[in-house]
Ligand binder design. Structure first.
Ligand code: EPZ
Length: 417
């Protein structure tokens, strides 16, 4: 079984170019199904989740070409409307294809996406919203069988929680629906705006993406288009925590600095100097980090839940007590047990975690149980004395493009064996 071997306490330096956003690429690939022409996505990251999305599109009958950084999708030959169970299990966010499949084929059959490492992940908001838009959904034996007897129609959707996935599914479904759709309490993540920009380039009429209210005027047809995927703000945040915990100065480039605004105050509170430029950020870490009083994960523009684990890893070596409140997912502290193996001092009570900074971490064998938790173990391993072995790399590869190669280029002593 492959693992990462990290010999810690090496300083990092230089510049790392951030890849395209996983959480934007996936909904963009799903949305391409709506189009009556070819879609070219540039800056697509080389991730296993993107591979799974390609498998899904090919299973549906699309032609998909992948060249370095680009994915070219031709949906004209799409004819199947089911997603096999094994692909749904491979990537929970396959649910994002639901709206696109029913829009294109008036039918969709998917298995119910189970829970994941982060706790129960209901899709009630997706289903109730699509039902309001004219989709009949039969939930049977763990399967969703969806038909559109009288065509899709616009609706006013009031979300009880600004779910990213539900907002994306509704936006996609509304593009070719009859009439107007209004989404109230919509998610405001940058990935939502990126999806709206893509769809509008294909001829959709979406207004207000990035705000809490989004309006979509249904149109009859969408063309294809060329689109450049936004940078991965969570990958950028992860590299910045790696710089912080190793006391390094680093530049993350090909980023949209404003997307990191929810994370930067925490880095500055820990004593890091953060300088913003047009498309890069330079972080300079102090010799000793200070604690971060409290971090509460919230929907955008609040502190992103996906950065919670890497930032927590960084606070394990900070002077003082840092407190985390995970408001988005029920059990997103699976990395804590592994950080304790490295000598961290963390107590968890429900959604609250209290981190007492320690003087040093020491290398150990640890296992990732989810994507961002895995990143936290790598970040901690970079600062731990001695050797850290990280297993569970399939989690990391879902969201980081060759993380060890990029870190090694910055001076880390890390390799995959
Ligand atoms: C997206 O997941 C991201 N995934 C997640 O990133 C991210 O953590 C999450 O948004 C929050 O920012 C992708 O974009 C592929 P949600 P999503 O619907 O869409 C509850 C990563 O590490 N909810 O906003 O699934 C849900 O249980 C991943 O890259 C319902 O109750 O997130 C959760 O508690 C992990 N009913 C909360 O809302 C619903 O119908 C947020 O979920 C839908 C969601």
């Amino acid at each position: 079984m492959s693992k990462l071997l990290i010999h810690g306490t090496k300083k990092l330096k230089g510049e790392v170019q951030i890849h395209g956003a996983k959480n934007s690429t996936l909904p963009l690939m799903a949305a391409s199904l709506l189009c009556a022409g070819e879609c070219v996505l540039h800056n697509c990251p080389a991730l296993s989740d993107v591979d799974t999305a390609i498998k899904i599109l090919r299973h549906l009958g699309c032609k998909v070409e992948r060249t370095a950084g680009d994915v070219v999708i031709n949906p004209l030959t799409a004819k199947n409307y089911d997603i096999p169970d094994h692909l749904m299990r491979e990537m929970r966010s396959s649910i994002i294809f639901l709206g696109a499949i029913v829009s294109r084929l008036d039918r969709a059959i998917l298995s119910f996406p189970g829970g994941c490492e982060l706790g129960p992940r209901p899709i009630d908001l997706h289903l109730s919203s699509l039902r309001k838009m004219g989709v009949d959904i039969r939930e049977d034996h763990g399967c969703l069988d969806c038909v559109v007897p009288n065509g899709l129609k616009g609706a006013v959707i009031n979300l009880s929680f600004p779910s990213v996935g539900a907002t994306e599914n509704i936006m996609i479904t509304a593009c070719l629906a009859k009439g107007k759709t209004v989404i109230n309490n919509a998610a405001r993540e940058p990935e939502i705006s990126d999806l709206a920009d893509f769809l509008n380039s294909c001829g959709a009429k979406i207004h207000g993406a990035g705000n809490s209210t989004i309006c979509v005027e249904g149109v009859r047809r969408l063309t294809g288009c060329e689109h450049f995927v936004i940078p991965d703000r969570i990958a950028a945040a992860t590299f910045m925590t790696a710089a912080a915990i190793t006391g390094s100065t680093l530049t993350v480039s090909s980023v949209i600095p404003e997307h990191l605004a929810p994370v930067i105050p925490a880095l500055e509170e820990s004593g890091c100097q953060v300088d913003l430029y047009d498309s890069s950020i330079r972080i300079s870490a102090p010799k000793h980090l200070s604690r971060i009083k409290s971090i509460r994960t919230m929907p955008y523009p609040g502190f992103p839940t996906d950065a919670q684990a890497p930032v927590m890893a960084m606070t394990t070596l900070a002077e003082g007590t840092s407190m985390f409140v995970e408001n988005i997912f029920e059990s997103r502290y699976k990395h804590v047990g592994e950080l304790l193996r490295l000598g961290a001092n963390i107590k968890v009570e429900g959604r609250v975690a209290v981190v007492e900074g320690v003087k040093r971490l020491s290398g150990a064998t640890v296992e990732a149980s989810d994507l961002r938790g895995g990143a936290a173990l790598v970040v901690a391993g970079l600062a731990a004395q001695g050797t850290t072995e990280v297993y569970g790399l399939h989690h990391l590869d879902r969201g980081y493009e060759s993380i060890e190669k990029n870190l090694a280029l910055l001076g880390a002593d890390i390799r995959r064996v």
